[in-house]
Design a protein around this ligand. Structure first.
Ligand SMILES: [Zn+2]
Length: 284
């Protein structure tokens, strides 16, 4: 199957799951789980992880797997922090990129996003941007680095999409990156208001560890892409640790790896099923 962008028909008019991966076993786990459920999926690699990866070989390998998958797979750069990072991602072979200039002013965000779109077009790659600010700090357990939420304004979102030509837009309506401390309060009125004013895919960041009923509700409200990372990664680490304890440390590396992978696959399937149930309600 050819590698998908976010504009692939498989991702239209429905919510779909997107998972961050920084290692090959997790990438394999996501693709295999998506295949077992016959659902399209987005594999994401965070820009922040570039320094710890052999980037081109890693993306090359993931692309190979994506191309041989039985379901559409998009390989997306998550939270591209600079135009240089976006360019690096395009050269490495991502089929979709995010430029996150949400910490900048509206005008500067427009300018950087428009430039990222110009860079991406010749590659035939889709582009996601962010407006408003999803707080927290992805994959980081240190609370002190967390930032606050700034909710997305629907009129601004419409102007932003028009001015940039972006394909997908991450919006802020109460989710937060990393693990939640208390019960998150999501405002789906914001999602519906933005959805009414723009045709692009809306993205929910910080979807790790929400109460189960929120995933279907997000799909029903009009969210397209649902990003997850921390909770699934922690599930894998916890299971690997439990396998170690159970065997008193007398086990091989691959056995720890497989325990983690199996647990992550179960969580991944769980979320994909919740989202797909929401899609069914969305379309009645
Ligand atoms: Zn994010």
């Amino acid at each position: 199957m050819t590698i998908a962008t976010l504009n692939d028909a498989a991702f239209n008019n429905r919510a779909f799951a997107a998972f961050d991966v920084i290692d090959l076993e997790s990438a394999d786990m996501v693709i295999t789980t998506a295949e077992s459920l016959s659902q399209p999926v987005v594999l994401m690699v965070p820009h922040k992880a570039f320094p710890v990866l052999p980037l081109e070989r890693f993306i090359g390998r993931i692309r190979n797997w994506a191309e041989s998958a039985t379901v559409p797979v998009c390989v997306h750069l998550d939270h591209g922090e600079t135009l240089e990072g976006a360019r690096q991602g395009l050269d490495a072979g991502f089929s979709s990129i995010m430029i996150d200039a949400s910490a900048e002013t509206f005008d500067r965000n427009v300018e950087l996003t428009r430039k990222a779109c110009e860079l991406a077009r010749p590659y035939g790659v889709s582009v996601e941007a962010e407006l408003g600010r999803v707080g927290g700090d992805e994959g980081n357990f240190d609370e002190t680095s967390a930032t606050q939420n700034i909710y997305t304004d629907a009129d601004e979102a419409a102007r932003f999409v028009e001015a940039t030509g972006v394909d997908a837009l991450a919006i802020s309506f109460g989710t937060s990156h990393g693990l939640y401390q208390g019960e998150p309060k999501l405002n789906f009125d914001i999602v519906r208001a933005v959805k009414e004013r723009t045709p692009v895919k809306l993205v929910m960041h910080g979807a790790s560890g929400l109460p189960d009923h929120e995933y279907g509700k997000a799909a029903e409200a009009g969210i397209g892409k649902i990003n997850m990372f921390t909770e699934i990664s922690v599930t894998g680490a916890t299971a690997a640790n439990a396998a170690w304890d159970k065997r008193g440390g007398k086990l091989h590396f691959f056995e720890m790896l497989m325990s983690g992978k199996q647990a992550m696959a179960a969580r991944t399937a769980h979320y994909m099923n919740l989202i797909s149930a929401g899609n069914e309600r969305r379309h009645g």
